[in-house]
Write a protein that binds this ligand. Structure first.
Ligand code: ATP
Ligand code: MG
Length: 551
């Protein structure tokens, strides 16, 4: 699979050609997040791409914080982004902050003014919108378009010195108000924003726009291949214009690929922040979030995420990937790595009436039925057990082979038991089952006397560990037909989190945060780092065991 996706990666092909024909000497890519939120799985796609290209061709990667917007950025995000990139398994060569280039950007802006390629404009944002024209109609020149370079220099300096209020003036490129590409209709290069910046404090009150800042950042660092997502394809002529007119020494080139979208989720820091701020989740690392931190807390491994990113490939056509594909890769990874254990999520007490009171025996249970080398573990068994509520039906449905009155089943790794009596409370709810066991039928004893059709799992009452299980469903309902026109906050799945209190076998008693288990029949689980305490073990379900999804 690796080779297949590599060959369809058109960016890799471009890099290879550039190296062959000498356009590029040493590949230098960058991952340039804006520190205005936590990274999500879409960013992982970009990270994997940038690092893999650099690694494959012996190049380098910069981690660059694109922190040119003072109002939304925060050091907490800077730290989380570093942690997430490292956790994914990548090491950047240099760490940079775009805000450290503000001085150079200012100089480049004055160079443009001097060359008659930029001017200070007084139009309000509404007026500017009106002057911009539409896709079919050309724009109109700003009344300030022909200001002299000297006047522009003076005004720009005043902007810098804080003599104007936010929005009162902007610096614009002087390109072409009738260009068929709206991005080329005298785009804004600098705007005024009073307010503290996480890195530069109050040094600046003018900030460069993305379209101006980004090519200069790339040029300063000597980036050879500036890889971004498809929505910037129409901005590429502007990128090239800035590079040319700013007369940068190095000439980076921009390439665009399709961003990753996944079903039943939102994939934008801005939207994810609304979920956090609105209390819809317990933080950026809530296991329902598509953030790297959320996936990590849920129990995802870096390997699973990297394999997923490799498998989805890099293309120019936008597409939405089924979330089950991501789940496929964590199952693949954990099938080999996770320890096995039995747990009861919704307990129903079961008493083996003919088993001696006070006796406990240790049963040898195989860790992985598919892999003998995984060995066995010992699990205590005694008279009082828990079984899964759904493994009992008072009136069995057709083809129900688990417990019902009069029926015999195997207890996983233990004995045959037969259900004789059903105990109910005053409301008629089943609260306990009374069964008898057959000592002859012990697992591994070679008993062949008779067969049972069902095997169920269990937890020993006296030795099992009380555990909270958190089961997840998609956070966003994704029924397009039903939800058309609705804001995503109106599409939150009310059943996205189910908390169950059950028991897990004692072999997990030393489990630490992020330890992963395959719980018999229930799926893969990981110890939650946020809610687990000395007294309480909390498991997040990463994924159930089976799916009909195929890749
Ligand atoms: P968001 O809307 O989530 O804030 P963004 O593109 O504004 O996304 P940046 O912090 O600017 O976020 O992104 C850093 C890099 O990650 C950019 O190169 C961007 O193209 C890439 N990226 C962001 N989202 C995705 C995605 N869904 N798929 C692939 N790459 C992405
Ligand atoms: Mg953004």
């Amino acid at each position: 699979m690796a080779n297949e996706t590599n060959s369809s990666n058109f960016i890799r092909n471009i890099v290879m050609e550039d190296l062959q024909n000498g356009t590029t000497k040493e590949v230098l890519t960058r991952f340039p997040p804006e520190p205005n939120g936590y990274l999500h799985i879409g960013h992982a796609k970009s990270i994997c791409l940038n690092f893999q290209i650099a690694t494959e061709f012996n190049g380098k990667v910069n981690l660059r914080f694109d922190d040119t917007n003072p109002s939304k950025e925060d050091t907490e995000y800077v730290e989380s982004i570093k942690e997430d990139v490292e956790w994914l398994g990548f090491k950047w060569d240099n760490l940079f902050f775009a805000s450290n280039y503000f001085e150079t950007m200012y100089e480049k802006a004055t160079l443009l003014i001097t060359k008659g390629k930029a001017y200070v404009c007084d139009l309000t944002s509404d007026e500017m919108k009106e002057y911009r024209g539409t896709l079919t109609a050309p724009g109109k020149d700003s009344p300030n378009r022909n200001r002299s370079a000297a006047e522009n220099l003076e005004l720009f300096e005043k902007m810098k010195n804080g003599e104007f209020k936010d929005g009162e003036k902007v610096l614009r490129a002087k390109i072409d108000m009738s260009s068929p590409n709206i991005n080329m209709r005298d785009p804004i290069l600098y705007r005024i924003a009073h307010g503290s910046h996480h890195n530069t404090g109050d040094t600046w009150c003018i900030y460069p726009m993305y379209d101006f800042a980004h090519p200069i950042e790339d040029a300063i660092e000597g980036i050879t291949h500036s890889i971004c997502t498809l929505e910037f394809a129409d901005h590429r002529p502007l990128y090239d214009w800035i590079i040319q007119e700013c007369e940068t020494e190095s000439v980076p080139k921009q390439y665009e690929f399709a961003r990753l979208n996944i079903t039943n989720t939102v994939m934008s820091k801005r939207k994810l922040k609304l979920l956090v701020d609105g209390g819809c989740v317990d933080g950026w690392d809530d296991p329902r979030m598509p953030t790297i931190a959320g996936l990590r807390r849920k129990g995802y491994t870096p390997e699973a995420i990297r394999n997923f990113c490799q498998a989805i490939g890099v293309a120019k056509a936008a597409s939405t990937v089924d979330e089950q594909m991501l789940e496929y890769f964590i199952r693949e990874d954990l099938n080999l790595k996770a320890s096995r254990a039995m747990a009861i999520l919704e307990p129903l007490k079961l008493v083996i009436t003919n088993y001696p009171v006070g006796q406990t025996e240790l049963l040898e249970i195989e860790n992985n039925p598919q892999d003998e080398s995984a060995g066995t573990r010992q699990v205590a068994f005694s008279r009082e057990l828990y079984v899964e509520r759904e493994d009992f039906m008072e009136v069995p449905a057709r083809k129900y082979f688990r417990l019902f009155p009069g029926n015999e089943v195997r207890l996983k790794g233990a004995y045959f038991i037969k259900c004789n009596e059903v105990i109910k409370d005053e409301n008629g709810n089943v609260v306990e089952l009374h069964c008898t066991y057959d000592p002859e039928t012990k697992s591994g004893s070679g008993f062949t006397g008779r067969k049972v059709k069902g095997t169920i799992h269990w937890a020993d009452v006296s030795t099992s560990i009380p555990t909270e299980f958190r089961l997840y469903e998609p956070l966003i309902l994704d029924d397009v037909a039903e939800n058309e026109g609705k804001h995503f906050l109106e599409q939150i799945n009310p059943k996205s989190l189910t908390i169950l209190n059950g028991f897990v076998e004692p072999s997990v008693k030393d489990a630490k945060a992020f330890d992963k288990y395959q719980l018999f029949r229930h799926g893969y689980f990981s110890v939650d780092p946020k809610f687990t305490t000395e007294e309480k073990l909390v498991f997040n379900r990463i994924v159930s065991l089976k799916t009909s999804f195929k890749i």
